[in-house]
Design a protein around this ligand. Structure first.
Ligand code: PRP
Length: 179
């Protein structure tokens, strides 16, 4: 039913599986002895973070923040708002932020700045998707799943007006849906 709104599949389920596996191996090498807090940025992080943390065979803690920048549209805005804050201290802890996508970099600029102000020992990012052409704030995430072109994508956590997050793959919406 949702498939009829999708122009093309950009990252299919097998590719997602392989990418999550590779990221978990990379992160395990660097964090197995660091007892990090994996911080998911809601809501988009949900499917990726769920798949990702299940492949980490070492101690972690999990936390969530909700930081909004899109406000339901297809373009990122300057406005970054903390809707829900972390409920644990980060002082002297290694933080690994789990993201579905990095676009302009504004969300991460705000969150990384905040966590560092609170005394985090390190703050790095693991993201399923990276859209480097969208960058307004220069930033390169430490762990990148797949780089994609500057197209508006939905699925595997990514939404258009809160819909399509539950698609099991990443796809490009038909322009008729949002024009
Ligand atoms: C999306 C996405 C990232 C952010 C990336 O979140 O999940 O957190 O935008 O964009 P940026 O690099 O331009 O800041 P959004 O604010 O749409 O909230 P959501 O996760 O609830 O969809």
């Amino acid at each position: 039913m949702l498939e009829k709104d999708i122009e093309k599949v950009l990252v299919n389920q097998q590719e997602i599986y392989d990418v999550v596996e590779r990221l978990s191996v990379e992160v395990t090498k660097d964090y197995a002895d660091k007892y990090p807090i994996v911080v998911g940025l809601l809501k988009g992080c949900m499917p990726f973070m769920s798949d990702f943390i299940k492949r980490l065979d070492f101690h972690i803690e999990v936390g969530f923040m909700d930081v909004s920048s899109y406000h339901g549209g297809t373009e990122s805005t300057m406005d970054v708002k903390i809707e829900k804050d972390l409920d644990m201290p980060v002082k002297e802890r290694h933080i690994l932020i789990a993201e579905d996508i990095v676009d302009s970099g504004r969300t991460l600029q705000a969150v990384i700045g905040l966590l560092k102000t609170r005394g985090a020992k390190s703050v790095e990012v693991v993201t399923m998707l990276d859209k480097p052409e969208g960058r307004v704030i220069p930033y390169k995430p430490r762990y990148i799943g797949i780089s994609i072109p500057k197209v508006f994508v939905v699925g595997y956590g990514l939404d258009y007006q809160e819909r399509y997050r539950n698609l099991p793959y990443v796809g490009v919406l038909k322009p008729t849906i949002y024009s």
